[in-house]
Design a protein around this ligand. Sequence first.
Ligand code: HSE
Length: 304
Amino acid sequence: MYEVKIPATSANLGPGFDALGIALDLYNSYIFEEIDGGIEISGFEEDFNSLENLVYKSMLETFEIIGYQPRGVRIVAECQIPMSRGLGSSAACILGGVIGANLLAGKPLSKDEIFRIATNIEGHPDNIAPALFGGFVTSIMEGDEVYYNKIDLVNGIKFVALIPDFTLSTKAAREVLPKSISYEDGVFNVGRVALLISTLQNGRYDLLNYALKDRLHQPYRGKLIQGYEEIFSKCEKLGALGVYLSGAGPTIMAIVEKNNNTFFRKISNYMKLKKFNWNIIELSLNLSGALINKMVNSRMINIV
Ligand code: HSE
C-alpha cells in the first residue's frame, strides 16, 4: 500500500502561459492498493467516487503504457485542493494516478517518464512540472516530448489565494482565448516572462508588478470572473507585490513579502465588506513536489 501526496500548483504566473508554474503547500493525498478484485474509489467529492474519476482514468492509461494488469485497485483520497479553481486539482489527480499505477506495477517508470505521461494526459506541462518536481519550474512540450527546468528562487515571498465560490473549467477558460495574437502582444509577454524569472531568482520584488502583466490570457479570462478588475486593483493598493490569475482562474493570486502580516487581514476585510464570499488562504512555496510513502509494518515510511 502506498500514499502519494501531491502539492497544489499555480500555473502561468501572469505572462508565462502554459510554461511557468509553482508548487504550493496545499495537498491532495491518495492511497493506492492492489486488491484481489474490483475497483474501490472513495474520499472524493460524491460525484467523483466512480469509474469516471480522473485519478483512476490516469492509472488505466498508465497501466496500458506499462503493460500491467492489476487484479483490482483501491484508491482512497483526501483532497485539500479545491476543484476547477486554477490551483492544479486536475494535475494532482492525473499525476497521482500515473504515480500510483507506476507504484503498483513495480516502479518501471523513471520520474521523467512519469512527467511525460502525465503531461500528455493533461495536454500542457505547467501544472504537472511543479506538482512533480516542486518549487518554480519552467516547462515546454515538443510533440509528445516534454522538457523542464527547475529554477532556484530567493524564497522571500508568500502567496495569498483569493478563491471564488464558483468554478471555472480550464476547457471553458481556454475557449475564450483568441486563435491568434498580435506581434506586439507576443513581444509584450516575452519581455515580462524574462523579467519575471530574473526577478524571482534574485529577489528584485520591486519589479514583480510589471513582470506579472500579461496579454495572452488574463484580459480574456478576466471577463468571466465577477469582480476581477476591482479585486485585482485593490490587491495592488493594499500592498501586494503583484497580482495574477492563477492558472486558468478563477482564483486571483496576490504575491506578498514573506514578512507581510497585514495584507491578508486587509484583503479579507475588503472582500467581506464587498460581500464577495470567497475563500482566502495564505500559501507558501512547496519545494519538494510529489512525495511517496510506503506502508511498512503498519507504518507509512517516506520513500521519495
Ligand atoms: N496553462 C493552463 C491554462 C493552466 O492557462 O489554460 C490551466 O490548466
